[in-house]
Write a protein that binds this ligand. Structure first.
Ligand code: 13P
Length: 296
């Protein structure tokens, strides 16, 4: 039996080893790894599917015809689908009843305002009212095209918390920042400027953090599972050092950027990664279901 500790294959594990986070056992020479031990309280693996500005009703219908039958029910996995906001209710109604405890619906962005004369905006309360469980804040494209700053992301996160939603807060560095060795400082600034007033909610595990490697999106570069792990470790250490051990144990950290059925298992095996933020592959029902089923 092979043992994999924190993403590395080893032959021996000592009791009392302080850096143990996740231990996997592999049955046979080439079988899938099975999680046998995990530190930190998080037992659920998260799969967030960001559909972006894709799909109309007929396409949503055919997505769920496949997804509802292909997806294997598993109480240790949580799937959140983020459709365009006008289809929140519709998507929710399409989730098969037997999967409704495992699959929920999220909104791709919310307003930083509570209500009022803000044409085109959707409030956290409205998202909640449409059956949403989670609001995504600070996704790379929202930051790039709509100019959301860390401070605005903080306001939106506060709105989500007030409306009893959970949130996924997205962070990540671009290519020039990475080339200049600023990965850690960029991520830490994104965290501290948006989350400074929200530590209580991190303690409660209501805010997940997603790392998006902007430098690997549309640049021809690839983020390896190890690259994703290094950034997610920065995030988790920031949580432990600035918030609390409780938040460190309770706050899931997701990795995004070209997550596919081919690499999901390696990514999830990393010690500081609790799930995936999936774009393109989540719009294909068969690929998304296969990816979720694949993870042991
Ligand atoms: P891809 O999975 O298509 O690379 O998209 C990632 C993303 O932008 C998630 O929000």
């Amino acid at each position: 039996m092979a043992i994999n500790v924190n993403g590395t294959n080893v032959t021996k594990v000592s009791i009392g080893e302080t850096s143990l986070n996740k231990v996997y056992a592999r049955i046979g020479e080439s079988g899938a790894y099975v999680l046998v031990f995990s530190v930190g309280g998080i037992r659920v693996i998260y799969f967030a599917g960001n559909w972006k500005m894709n799909k109309i009703k007929s396409e949503i219908d055919s997505f769920f015809e496949t997804f509802n039958t292909d997806l294997t029910l598993n109480g240790q996995k949580s799937v959140i689908i983020f459709p365009p906001a006008c289809y929140l209710d519709y998507v929710k109604s399409k989730i098969a009843p037997n999967l409704s405890g495992m699959v929920s619906v999220g909104i791709q962005d919310i307003s930083a305002r509570k209500s009022g004369a803000y044409t085109g905006q959707i409030s956290a309360n409205m998202a909640k009212d449409c059956g949403c469980s989670v609001a995504m804040i600070g996704e790379a494209e929202v930051r790039e095209y709509f100019g959301d700053t860390n401070a605005v992301c903080g306001e939106k996160l506060a709105m989500a918390m007030q409306s009893n939603l959970k949130a996924i807060y997205c962070v990540g560095e671009n290519l020039s920042e990475r080339d200049n060795g600023q990965t850690q400082s960029v991520i830490e600034t994104q965290l501290s400027e948006a989350l400074g007033d929200l530590y209580t909610y991190l303690n409660e595990g209501r805010i997940m953090i997603a790392y998006e490697p902007l430098w690997a999106i549309g640049t021809g570069k690839t983020a390896t599972p190890q690259d994703l792990e290094e950034a997610c470790e920065i995030i988790r250490l920031w949580i432990r050092n600035h918030v609390s051990d409780e938040a460190y144990g309770n706050s899931p950290v997701l990795a995004g950027g070209s997550v596919t059925p081919a690499n999901i298992q390696q990514i999830i095996a990393m010690p500081d990664i609790n799930g995936g933020l999936v774009g393109g592959a989540s719009t294909y029902a068969d690929r998304f279901a296969a990816m979720i089923n694949e993870v042991q």
